[in-house]
Write a protein that binds this ligand. Structure first.
Ligand SMILES: CC(C)(COP(=O)(O)OP(=O)(O)OC[C@H]1O[C@@H](n2cnc3c(N)ncnc32)[C@H](O)[C@@H]1OP(=O)(O)O)[C@@H](O)C(=O)NCCC(=O)NCCS
Length: 155
């Protein structure tokens, strides 16, 4: 398998995988996520292409894109509470459901980590939904740790 930055001609396939993530989120939190895969959500990929701070990584196996990640360079200015923060955020991440548990995501994280290092970042960040136990198990398996939590109370 090869992990590399995506080409704009691969948007349609990347959007098929983006839909898988959206369906999973809709299933887990139908009160928050909009069902289906709207034109607006599909077209969001153009915003990513046009933003110099965002990049799409893909994993290709036997000529087929089987995973993707969206990387986002985030800069948060200093404020009265916090120092300035500058890090690489993984905004979206998915492996085709037919190809899971074969090491694709692990290869993508290795690529992203090495890219982040060459770009001078000292941390990679991501956020995920609590219902997504599979993702948590994966992220912990490759070395991510939880440093912050969102909590809620249903009324
Ligand atoms: C989470 C996800 C990216 C993992 O991708 P993957 O290619 O299947 O992961 P890997 O094959 O590299 O797994 C590496 C290790 O992570 C752990 N792991 C991965 N998926 C797991 C699962 N469903 N349950 C428990 N552990 C898991 C295991 O330790 C695994 O090693 P093993 O297969 O030798 O036991 C994939 O399940 C996915 O795309 N899910 C849907 C989208 C999603 O949730 N994205 C992230 C949140 S936006």
């Amino acid at each position: 398998m090869t992990v590399r930055f995506a080409r704009e001609t691969e948007s349609e396939r990347v959007n098929e995988l983006r839909k898988q993530v959206n369906d999973l989120h809709v299933n887990g939190r139908p009160d928050i996520f909009k069902p289906g895969f709207s034109r607006e959500l599909a077209d969001h990929i153009d915003t990513i292409w046009n933003d110099p701070d965002q990049k799409i990584v893909v994993c290709e196996r036997e000529g087929v894109i089987c995973g993707f990640a969206v990387l986002h360079h985030i800069r948060k200015p200093e404020n009265p509470f916090m120092f300035e923060r500058d890090f690489l955020d993984i905004d979206e991440f998915c492996v085709d459901e037919a190809q899971r548990r074969t090491g694709v995501a692990t290869e993508m994280i290795a690529f992203i980590r090495s890219y982040a290092k060459t770009q001078g970042f000292d941390r990679i960040e991501l956020n995920m939904w609590e219902f997504n136990g599979d993702a948590l198990a994966f992220y912990e398996a490759v070395g991510f740790t939880t440093y912050r939590r969102y909590m809620e109370m249903r009324i």
